[in-house]
Design a protein around this ligand. Structure first.
Ligand code: C5P
Length: 399
């Protein structure tokens, strides 16, 4: 499986003859499982039509910043949040210069400013323009901002010159884009993640559960795999396919999840409790389906479930232990209380009362609550967020 599987790649196309290769690049990214959306600058549309790239990407092509209709659909901020990675190919000398200055004078530069996703550039220009001190200086400054330059290749150019400045071929660009997702900050480490809801049986056909989709836990598992970790994903029932290259343990109840978690601790450096575990379960699950009676009310006695993350934090040897706090008010102060009460290393807090983030949605926004400090990561896709969380956790683990 490629690291591009299910990745959301925002392809920026700027004005240059190499723009014709962007059409094939879309295909090569899709071959590796990526979902591609395209932004074209005005100059790019002089070289290739939006219609071509729309047909190939299967998504509308975005061309303008100040179009109320387009903004009402997927506007510049949504695009910035949607992207797992922004690849500008070809990246012209002019676009690179505008990126350096931090201008937001068209849709592509604005999205580059707004996104928290990594940005890669595939420069394409005449060899003289490539060699110019201005371009070289601009690229050095972008590299300080961790913007990655892919290529260019050397060879004969459309203008007849020979030298560096050719855009890399689409297949190579797709491979290099995939490689951006493979990092090593957790290599040699073992990570255990709980995810999804639990189901607490009332009888053989009924249960008590919650709305957790499992998306955040699964995104964390994927990001940890890409960071080089051995990952065990212990999940309640969800509609998601487990990431490949992870050890997947499917469970139903909180007690099952507790048992699987305790077993997994024999090899665990980092434990992330992203599951929405039921706090209580019916004291006695009926062996046969409970029948309706003449009574208007029914009472089910509930007993407390074991607190998995608390047990993990009390275990010796103790892994670095991370909890989640989904709250509807006073999010950070409740999270801090949880950090102390459960003896955790960090709590990832999110406000589930806000529309568009948290439970069941594709986006999330969180505050990372460490003992003594906090950091807020604003709204972005769960997979972008997962990568950043894994980076922060790895930094702490490796410190
Ligand atoms: O106590 P509360 O449910 O708000 O705490 C949430 C955190 O504790 C989450 O990380 C969740 O996965 C974990 N938890 C657990 N076992 C439970 C309840 C919550 O691991 N029984």
């Amino acid at each position: 499986m490629s690291s591009l599987t299910n990745k959301q790649i925002l392809l920026g196309v700027t004005g240059g003859i190499a723009a014709y290769k962007s059409a094939e690049l879309i295909r090569r990214l899709q071959d590796q499982g990526a979902n591609v959306r395209v932004i074209m600058t005005a100059a790019a549309q002089e070289f290739i039509t939006p219609l071509t790239l729309q047909a190939l990407s299967g998504n509308p092509v975005h061309t303008t910043l100040l179009d109320p209709e387009a903004e009402a659909g997927m506007g510049h901020i949504e695009l910035a949040r949607w992207a797992d990675l922004l690849l500008v190919a070809p990246a012209s000398a002019d676009f690179i210069a505008r990126l350096v200055t931090g201008k937001g004078d068209d849709l592509l530069t604005t999205v580059c400013l707004a996104t928290a996703a990594p940005i890669c550039l595939a420069p394409a220009m005449n060899q003289g323009m490539w060699h110019s001190p201005a371009t070289q200086d601009n690229l050095a400054r972008l590299s300080q901002r961790k913007i990655v330059c892919l290529g260019p290749a050397e060879g004969s150019q459309a203008c007849g010159d020979v030298g560096p400045g050719r855009m890399l071929e689409p297949t190579e660009l797709a491979d290099l884009t995939a490689r951006q997702f493979v990092r090593g900050e957790l290599s040699g480490k073992s990570v255990v993640i709980t995810a999804g809801p639990t189901r607490e049986a009332i009888d053989p056909v009924r249960y008590i559960s919650n709305h957790s989709s499992g998306k955040m836990g699964y995104a964390l598992a994927q990001a940890a795999i890409e960071a080089g970790a051995r990952v065990t994903l212990i999940s309640g029932p969800t509609n998601l396919a487990p990431p490949e290259r992870c050890h997947y343990i499917g469970v139903e109840s909180a007690q099952d999840m507790y048992d699987a978690s305790m077993q997994a601790l024999s090899d665990c450096d980092l434990f992330i409790a992203a599951a929405a575990v039921a706090d209580y379960r019916p004291a006695n699950a009926a062996e046969q389906k409970i029948k309706k009676t003449g009574q208007d009310t029914m009472t089910i006695e509930m007993v407390k479930n074991p607190d998995i993350v608390t047990a993990v934090a009390a275990h010796q040897p103790r892994p670095m232990t991370v909890g989640f706090a989904a709250e509807t008010q006073d999010v950070v102060s409740y999270a801090r209380g949880k950090l102390e009460r459960k003896n955790l290393d960090v709590v990832i807090a999110n406000d589930v009362s806000q529309a568009g983030i948290g439970f069941n949605s594709d986006d999330n926004a969180v505050t990372i609550v460490w003992p003594g400090s906090e950091e807020t990561l604003s709204q972005r896709s769960k997979s972008q967020l997962a990568r950043e969380l894994i980076e922060r956790l790895a930094e702490k683990l490796n410190a």
